[in-house]
Design a protein around this ligand. Sequence first.
Ligand code: SAM
Length: 291
Amino acid sequence: DYQAIANPERTRAILKKYGFRFKKSLGQNFLTNEKVLQKIVSAADVTDQDDIIEVGPGIGSLTEQLAIHAHQVLAFEVDERLEPVLDETLAPYENTAVIFEDILKADLETLVSKYFDGKHTLKIVANLPYYITTPIMMQLLKTKLPIERMVLMMQKEVAERLAAHPGTKAYGTLSIGVQMRAEVEIAEIVSHTAFVPAPNVDSAVVVLKMRSEPAVKIPDQKSFDRLIKGSFAHRRKSLWNNLISLYGKDPQTKAKLTAALAQAQIDPGTRAEQLSLQQFANLDAAILQAD
Ligand code: SAM
């Protein structure tokens, strides 16, 4: 008589048995909707050829579904109060290990080579704690691990920024940082009622298919990051005004920037949110060349 951990009655019974109290500060909103869990598993296309890293297993509702479909699951949970709970709920799943550590502090590369055999496809699947969605995602996007894709539940508003196109309000530094490294697709919008406790806003399941090369060629990551950050520093100002705040207002710098913009065929009066990844890459190359 199998009952999924996510089954609302079973979740309630588990929480009661351990006298568990949610910590808002840890972004604890647990999924109690089995259909949503199936959507996540199918968006991640989880098979027995996959090794999965999960961030924040909570009481194990998603972990369980991953364990059923994957080869191995390695989960990172910062809240040690969940250790006895997960010991019980995940006991039937021998292909699962939980490490009680902050995902931002964990030495992922070492742990992955310790727990996984390196012969399976590496995927990340998580219902993220919303207060640190961006830092977790950016850290995972930058690891050297051969991650094939990440399937992440996050606030809908953040998901829309990840997927945003140039010329829209949602398009900005986050869109560019993520789209450089992954193909982004929103797989599903999820009502806040799928969670206990229910958060204030709706969520979305985002699929990030990792690129083997950056979306566009850039001459230098640091100078590109600096250009993007500076170009969006004041969203209502023109690109030109943001560029001179970033690089300098002296006549020499201004002449250099004018030449670089002309070479990249970009109107100085435009706004950063109008520029594609390729245009930013061209501009960065032109600025470096003008040095
Ligand atoms: N996966 C569970 C589910 O779907 O029901 C729980 C998801 S809940 C939104 C986020 C989980 O991440 C919580 O269990 C929380 O304790 C954990 N968490 C918060 N910050 C973390 C961190 N820095 N590292 C690892 N886990 C963290």
